[in-house]
Design a protein around this ligand. Structure first.
Ligand code: ISL
Ligand code: CA
Length: 543
């Protein structure tokens, strides 16, 4: 593969220096007009992704699945679900993506399978079945569940199976039985399925709930959280240290291939402590390459809080480890919807984008974030997410952040000629790729400019991060440095002007800004920031 974007290090550190774009395949582009996005749809949009300037795409699951959790319930790790296309379509996507120097990362859901996976069908047949121990089966406790573990999707994690009168464990839906990672044959089988994709040339995996693999050997009850019976501290069914052993083995496998990477979804509640994610980075070569920290996703719009989150995360990164940053994903409310619905919302989107794309660490962009897509409006009878179905009307579920990508202002936002599987957001006539491509001031053009700058500036894609203003009066500002290259980033989170003056006797020139032209020069860091200004400048000399 030639490296258009990251022509250094023979591609070995692409995952450090590049930018990853998450695609929810059902919602990206529908190539055959059945209302559901598909693989050929993604291939058809590679030109757009190259124009935008991303280095890799991560695909939410495309494997065979009965779709109880829209692909996060896999019934065969080696096939592609016909809804999305064929293996040949996938190979073609990989080939064309690589030609454009775009890497492809797959989702890896191996805490659990679908209840329709042949392994589980066998496992449930009898207590003596050779695959019995591939899942987690237990006797009941006085006619009740084996212990108090609760599923993240509601209710007990245990479901009684009349065939053998035992319970099986499922941390999510009952259609998603948990695998038993203590079983060596199961490990071998999963690893061999992983090799199947590595051999095809995929560039890495995003690992689903990577901190949930190993369960307590003694199946002890979880203690309650805040003294509330229904809330638990998940210390026995999640976050077990033993899980690290599985990950180390997996990293060993990955290391036998060239330039592949693992990014883990470390999910814990309550959120906000990055130390757990950091533990999964090991010494940089023995565990995951990257691990998500979701702290920013749960913060209110406030410079001080944002700074603290970022700082805490950066501090936890172990020697040899590398951070990554993310504003949203297919499980979380869209970032643009979190910043408010008044006029300030779109301005805040740009501040957040500038932070995401100028921080030290690998940025992840959720599809549609670059055009300012917001959570959709889903009428009650169109809700399909199992979480939404279970908890409506109190919680509408995750469909809202999974609505079809808004390409243009034609029927169904140009996503499909048929009724899409989820309704298109009603704002699609003004929020879409086509319109924003031609608008110099759009959020899309701002993302693209930031991506272009990041690619050109070593200080941004690999340099050090030196914070200077840490949220005081609503401003975050920092240097990024590599060798003699220095870039300064100033972000005003507020609707008030703010003055910065650092007497450094240097000369500076604007690179990318929400308010300034690139002709603007400064002597000293003497800048009056406009309300909601994001400005990135580079040092061009001494006074
Ligand atoms: O989606 C959530 C609530 O908003 C989270 O609790 C979610 O369950 C958690 O982030 C784990 O997510 C991952 O595993 C799930 C799947 O449904 C999610 O889509 C996936 O990202 C089970 O595989
Ligand atoms: Ca389709």
């Amino acid at each position: 593969m030639t490296d258009r974007n990251i022509a250094h290090d023979n591609g070995r550190t692409w995952w450090k220096h590049g930018v990853v774009y998450q695609i929810y395949p059902r919602s990206f582009y529908d190539s055959n007009n059945d209302g559901i996005g598909d693989i050929r749809g993604i291939t058809g949009k590679l030109d757009y992704l190259a124009w935008l300037g991303v280095d890799a795409i991560w695909l939410s699951p495309i494997y065979s699945s009965p779709m109880h959790d829209f692909g996060y319930d896999i019934s065969d790790y080696r096939t592609v679900d016909p809804i999305f296309g064929t293996l040949a379509d996938f190979d073609e996507l990989l080939k064309y993506a690589h030609r454009k120097s775009i890497r492809v990362i797959m989702d890896l859901v191996i805490n659990h399978t679908s209840h329709m996976h042949p392994w589980f069908l066998e496992s449930r047949l009898s207590k003596g079945n050779p695959k019995r121990d591939w899942y987690i089966w237990r006797d009941g406790n006085d006619g009740k569940e084996p212990n108090n573990w609760m599923s993240v999707f509601g209710g007990s994690s245990w479901t009684f199976d009349p065939v053998t009168s035992q319970y099986y464990l499922h941390s999510f839906l009952e259609e998603q039985p948990d695998l038993n990672w203590r079983n060596p044959e199961l490990r071998k089988a999963v690893f061999s399925d992983i090799r199947f994709w590595l051999d095809r040339g995929v560039d890495g995996f995003r690992i689903d709930v990577v901190n949930w693999f190993m369960k307590d050997r003694f199946f002890r009850d979880n203690p309650s959280l805040f003294g509330i019976k229904k809330l638990q501290r998940h210390i026995f069914d999640r976050n077990r240290d033993e899980t690290q052993g599985v990950i180390r083995e997996l990293r060993g496998l990955i290391n036998t291939y060239e330039n592949r990477m693992l990014v883990g979804e470390v999910f814990s509640l309550p959120p906000g402590d990055p130390s757990l994610s950091a533990r999964f980075l090991g010494d940089g070569s023995d565990s995951l390459h990257l691990a998500f920290d979701f702290s920013l996703i749960y913060r209110f719009w406030n410079a001080r809080m944002y700074y603290k989150c970022v700082r805490r995360w950066m501090k936890k990164i172990p020697d040899g480890g590398w951070p990554c940053h993310v504003l949203s994903n297919h499980d979380q409310r869209r970032s643009a919807s979190r910043y408010g619905h008044d006029d300030d919302g779109p301005k805040r989107e740009k501040i957040a984008a500038a932070l995401l794309l100028t921080m030290k660490g690998t940025p992840f962009i959720y599809y549609g974030e670059e055009i300012g897509m917001r959570n959709g409006q889903i009428p009650r009878d169109r809700i399909v997410d199992p979480l939404g179905k279970r908890y409506r009307p109190f919680y509408a579920g995750r469909d809202l952040q999974r609505t079809p990508m808004q390409w243009d202002d034609t029927l169904n936002a140009g996503f499909s000629e048929s009724e899409p599987w989820l309704p298109v957001n009603s704002d699609y006539r003004k929020t879409n790729v086509d319109i924003e491509k031609n608008d110099r001031h759009s959020i899309l053009r701002f993302y693209r400019a930031l991506l272009e700058l990041r690619r050109k500036k070593k200080s941004l894609y690999s340099g050090e991060w030196k914070p200077v203003i840490k949220g005081r009066r609503g401003v975050i500002a920092y240097y990024r440095t590599a060798g003699d290259e220095t870039v300064f980033v100033a972000l005003n989170f507020t609707a008030k002007t703010s003055h910065i003056h650092i007497r450094d006797h240097a000369q500076w020139k604007v690179c990318v800004s929400t308010h300034r032209s690139s002709r603007e020069h400064f002597t000293d860091l003497d800048i009056t920031l406009n309300p909601h200004e994001a400005t990135i400048i580079e040092r061009i000399g001494e006074l």
